[in-house]
Ligand binder design. Structure first.
Ligand code: ZN
Length: 100
């Protein structure tokens, strides 16, 4: 939807975009819905021992049928941490691999 500017379900062309999707919170504006609620922050090899929310979402919504998509952004701080339920599945081919 974001790429084609059309709804993939009904082909609708009137779309709403809610930048930085929020959920009800303590402030009137609500709270930003993070991609990961708390992930330990690190700088290079060293963990800072501080957990912070990571990422946010933009919501794309079709005016005609209501179909919606969430697109994550600001995810450069995500860390592969299976114990915390955050896994990176990277199938990018190795540029030094045998099929260059
Ligand atoms: Zn639609």
């Amino acid at each position: 939807m974001k790429r084609t500017q059309r709804c993939p379900k009904c082909n609708g062309r009137k779309l709403w975009v809610i930048d930085t999707f929020r959920v009800p919170g303590e402030s009137a504006a609500g709270a930003v819905l993070p991609v990961v609620t708390h992930q330990e922050q690190s700088t290079g090899r060293f963990s800072l021992g501080r957990s912070v929310p990571q990422g946010s979402f933009n919501l794309w919504l079709c005016d005609a049928c209501g179909y919606s998509e969430l697109w994550a952004e600001k995810i450069s701080g995500l860390r592969h941490d299976p114990a915390a339920g955050v896994r990176c599945v990277d199938t990018t081919p190795d540029p030094e691999g045998p099929f260059r």
